[in-house]
Design a protein around this ligand. Structure first.
Ligand code: IPE
Ligand code: IPE
Ligand code: MG
Length: 236
């Protein structure tokens, strides 16, 4: 009898939390944690490609993160810009299709252009889709969708869940199957509320910069053991 492959999530979301505490535990400034956090994206992305996960969404900066001290906010914005500048060519060569969820209106035009360039240059890649949730909030995304729906003149009787989804920031991304949160908290913090409806949730104490491929595999093992019922009944 052939062995059945364990079920793999089609779409993983990661709430990359704990950069500040990772740095503090090492007596270093918070920005050192954010830098280490950016560096940690690559091995996790590569592991997802190797395992065969087609969609990865990363929570990089929330609509609530503007409330941090100015120097941390500008440090985080600069980090995103420099990550795109230094890594885009390699991501592109490796077949990564970059998407962005969130709103770039409040960020400087230079960073907007960098993000747009990353999306445009990788548009036809198909090894993995990396969706960067930056200046992103689940409520803001839903509200933006409602505005687009009103603007498009959609009649109430013509609106259903599928049509609604078509107005989200990345309408063709599948629902999240698995949400991983590093840093030990048990909350969504406004991450992909619509797409998280039936996601399996996995929280680990490990801070994001220390979360390696082995831990990703542990999360996938736990995911494979979960029984997803989607409101139905137990199969046995
Ligand atoms: C996550 O790490 C990164 C962002 C929210 C941008 P934190 O900066 O929240 O780290 P902690 O939670 O303070 O340790
Ligand atoms: C969630 O982390 C946002 C990101 C990882 C980008 P936070 O550190 O901002 O979340 P809270 O404040 O603990 O809920
Ligand atoms: Mg945090």
């Amino acid at each position: 009898m052939s062995q059945q492959e364990p079920p793999l999530p089609a779409h993983i979301g990661i709430i990359m939390d704990g950069n500040g505490r990772w740095a503090r535990a090492r007596g270093r400034p918070r920005m050192a944690g954010h830098k280490a956090g950016v560096d940690n994206i690559r091995p996790i992305l590569e592991a997802c490609v190797e395992i065969g996960v087609p969609y990865l969404s990363l929570f990089a900066f929330s609509t609530e993160n503007w409330s941090r001290p100015d120097n941390e906010v500008s440090g985080l914005l600069n980090l995103l810009g420099s990550a795109i500048r230094t890594q885009l060519d390699e991501l592109n060569a490796n077949g990564v299709q970059i998407r962005h969820s969130g709103n770039l209106d409040r960020v400087n035009p230079h960073l907007q252009a960098e993000m747009q360039r990353a999306v445009n240059e990788t548009r036809s890649n198909n090894r993995i889709t990396l969706n960067v949730a930056f200046n992103y909030g689940g409520r803001a995304e839903i509200l933006a969708a409602v505005r687009r729906i009103i603007q498009a003149g959609v009649q109430p009787e013509d609106l259903d869940e599928e049509r609604f989804q078509g107005f989200l920031d990345q309408p063709d991304l599948p629902d999240l199957d698995l949400i991983i949160r590093t840093g030990g908290e048990f909350r969504l913090s406004n991450f992909m509320l619509w797409q998280a409806t039936y996601a399996e949730y996995y929280s680990t104490e490990t801070f994001w910069p220390a979360f390696g491929p082995d831990q990703l595999k542990a999360a996938l093992g736990e995911y494979a053991r979960r029984e997803r019922r989607f409101g139905g009944v137990c199969p046995t």
